[in-house]
Ligand binder design. Sequence first.
Ligand code: GUN
Ligand code: ZN
Length: 432
Amino acid sequence: MRGSAMVELLIGQVLSYSADPFAIGPAAAQHRSRGAVAIEGGRIASVGEAAVLRAAYPQARVTDYGRKLISAGFIDAHVHYPQTAIIASWGKRLIDWLNTYTFPEEMRFADPDYAAAVAERFFDLTLANGTTSVCSYCTIHPASVDAFFNAAALRGQRVWGGKTCMDRNAPEGLRDTAQSGYDDSRALLGKWHGAGRANYVITPRFSPTSTPEQLAAMGALWAENPNCLMQTHLSEQTDEIAWAKSLFPAARDYLDTYEEHGLLGAGGLYGHSIWLEAREKARLVEVGASLIHCPTSNSFIGSGLFDMAGLKSAGQIVGLATDTGGGSSFSMLRTMAAAYEVAQLRGTALHPSQLWWLATSGSAQSLHASDKIGNIAPGMEADLVVIDLASTPAIAQASARASDIWESIFPTIMMGDDRATHAVWIAGILVQ
Ligand code: GUN
Ligand code: ZN
């Protein structure tokens, strides 16, 4: 890892977690109103009261952020960087949206220069929103994977990504085969997995765009590389579920189309997971798989209302994600707001401590990386965001009335955007 040898001491309001607030409530969070984070060699060396850490690190370079909030950087656990340019495309539901907007745009990634340009733009946009790690789909083209990991490496970011495999129900030019999907994925995995902070993710797009042969090939690759994660889509829209079942008539349910081909496991990331059947929920929790909640996308494409309260209380692992360009914002603040609104529509008011945890530690847990990122604790990689809790007049006047930290944060969750990002640190280096 990069990182300067000097100790950096960041002072401000510091928010960290010692547990999952869905399990024990807001007491899972620690808030220090005059706290400090000491960074050394790209990692967090210490977290505590500002006065104590100032005395412990007299030689440190000090940055005093005053009343601003120092948090772990946001982690977007499911996103499609190649869809950056088609965000906010009007009027379609999932399958139509894929055919009308997504596939034509993904075709353009046959040009490596275009892929590199969009990857650069994507990381600029997400960093401006305080997102320090992402788990992204690329396109069918191996060069789109190189563009993604190269752009992340330039910025020093810990990222996950993989070549999106499709060998049916996609246009000519966006299809590989079971064999070439396996071969390309294997070569990219060998090139990128563990290179610096890069993590390769085996990526069959979803059952409707893969033959059983391709799913089996992806399952074989995963079995050969069990330390890799595998990402796909599951139970996003009712039409999609009916289509998946019709393409796999022997499957017990949508999840079974993956399970039968070696694509169900603890390292599996199942995007959306809205309309799960009882057997699917039981199997997902049994294997310890991760469900990725994409609330702006689920509303924008008209998919449905994810059952956060029910799934978390059943012990499911859940991460939070934008799913751009199906999602309508690059901001994890906006994404937390959407998660709050969706939960309200299902009768639960998620607490700000839960929303913030989902966007940081929860996403890290879903990516099996909570020992590295997603929290402020000694030994963790120093990926931090500094948030202005009064970034617009509307937010400032609401947070001015706050009587505790959660009332002071919640207006930024509900109304905040990239203007709330005051600073971003990646591996102990100020990048934004
Ligand atoms: N299902 C299969 N591909 C996609 C995609 O690109 N976006 C979303 N939201 N759902 C999908
Ligand atoms: Zn997706």
